[in-house]
Design a protein around this ligand. Sequence first.
Ligand code: UGA
Length: 439
Amino acid sequence: MVGVDVDEEKVAALNRGKPPFFEPHLEEMLVLARPNLSFTTRYEEAIPQAQVVFIAVGTPSSPDGGPDLTQVKQAAEGIGRSLGEEFTVVVNKSTVPVGSGNYVEALVRRAFQEVHGGEPDGRLAVASNPEFLREGQAFHDSFYPDRVVVGAEDRRAIEVLRELYEPILEQSFTPPPFLPRPERMGAVPFLTTDLASAELIKYGANAFLALKISFINELARLADRVGADIREVARGIGLDHRIGPRFLQAGLGWGESCFPKDTAALLAMGREYGLSLPILEAAREVNFGQRDLIADKLLAELKTLKGKTIALLGLAFKPHTDDLRESPALALADLLLKRGAFVRAHDPVALPRVRREVALPLEYAETPEEALRRADAVVLSTDWPEYRTWPWERLRGLLRVPLVVDGRNFLDGKALAAMGYRYVGVGIPALGILSKAEV
Ligand code: UGA
C-alpha cells in the first residue's frame, strides 16, 4: 500500500513513522503496517500498479457553504495522468456532494486522455465509499464498523471492494494488540447501491447525528426553565430502541469540520436545487447558540465578565484528538474575550497546536494549578477524562471564585458541590451556592 500526499514534509515524517496529527494508536499502527506501507509525493510511484485508489483529501467549506473540491480535482487529475494498464477502481472516500463520482470519473478520463491520447476504456471504474469513523476512535471504527457502504454503477468495482473489505466484513483479521474485537461483534453489513445514494448516505448520517445533538440541546434549554434534568430525560428517551441512547449528550454542541461542514454542504446542495432544508437550518442555529448560552450562564453567576479570569478546560473539539477545527471551546473563548474576560486555556494534548495555529490572545496553563490559580470561574469545554480525576478538593483553594460551569455535563456536580463549589451545567439543576463575598 502506498500513501500519496503533495506535502513533502508530511510524507517525510510519515516515512519516519511520525503522524502529522494526534490519533490514539496511530504511531503504533504505522509501525505494525510498516512492511506493507510507504508514502510518496509522486503519483507515478503509486498509481500505475494500484487496483484500488482511494481519494481521501480534504473538502473544506468554501464561502458559499458548499465544499471546496480543489484537492479532489487535483487528486483525480494526478490519478488520471498515471493510470496503469490494469483495471483500477477509483474510490471517493472524501465527503463530496452528490454527483462528485461522475465529476471525478470525468476528471480522471480527461487527464488520461491528455497524456495517452485515447480513452481508458474498460480500465476505469469510480465508486463512492463513504467514511463513518470518528476522530479519536478512528481505528475502532475502521476495524469494527456498523456497515460498509459502496456505491458504484460498475458491478466490477463493487466486487473488487467487497474482496478488499472481506477481512473486515467477515471479521477474519487478527486484531491489533491494542484493539481487541468487541465481544458481540458479528459480520459487518455490506451495503451496495448507486453512486448518488452512497454520497447522500454520508451526508444523511452526519446530519442526523448533528440533529440529534441539537435536539437534546434544545430540550436542555427547556429543562433549565422547567427544572428538569436533561441527563435523566436523555436516558428516558434513549431507552426507546427507535431513538437509541447515543449522541444525546447536551452541552456546548458539535464542532470539528464534519458536522458544521456537512450540514452547510447539504444546505448548499438544497439551494442548488431550489430546496430549503429548515430542520437542518434550525439544528445549526441551536448548535451555534450553545456557546452564547454558556457565556450567559457565566454572566448570570459572575454579574460581569469584564476583567474576570476564566479557566477554560479543553480546546480540542472533543476528547482524544488535537483537532481544533470549528472547536466549540475556541468559539466560546472568542466570545468570552469579546465580553472583556481573560481566558486561561488548558488542554491535555492540543496546546502545542493551539499555540501554533490559534490567533486568539489566550493565556496557557500546563497544569491544573496553573489553570485554576486566582481564576474567577472554571468552564469545562471538552470532556477529556482526566478532568474527572483532577484533585478538585485541593484545587478549590486556588480559585478566586469556586464556580464550575460544566459545558459538557461531564464532572461529578454533587461531589463538587460537597467540596464547596457552585456547579452549573446545561439543562441540569445547579448545585451549591456562592457566598456574597465570593462573587
Ligand atoms: C463525526 C461522525 O460521528 C462520524 O461518523 C463521521 O465519520 C465523522 O464525523 C466525519 O464525517 O468525518 P467526529 O466529528 O470525529 O465524527 O466526532 P463525533 O464523535 O461525532 O463528535 C462530533 C461533535 O459532537 C463533537 O464536538 C462532540 O463533542 C459533539 N457531541 C457528540 C455532542 O455534543 N453530544 C453528543 O452526544 C455527541
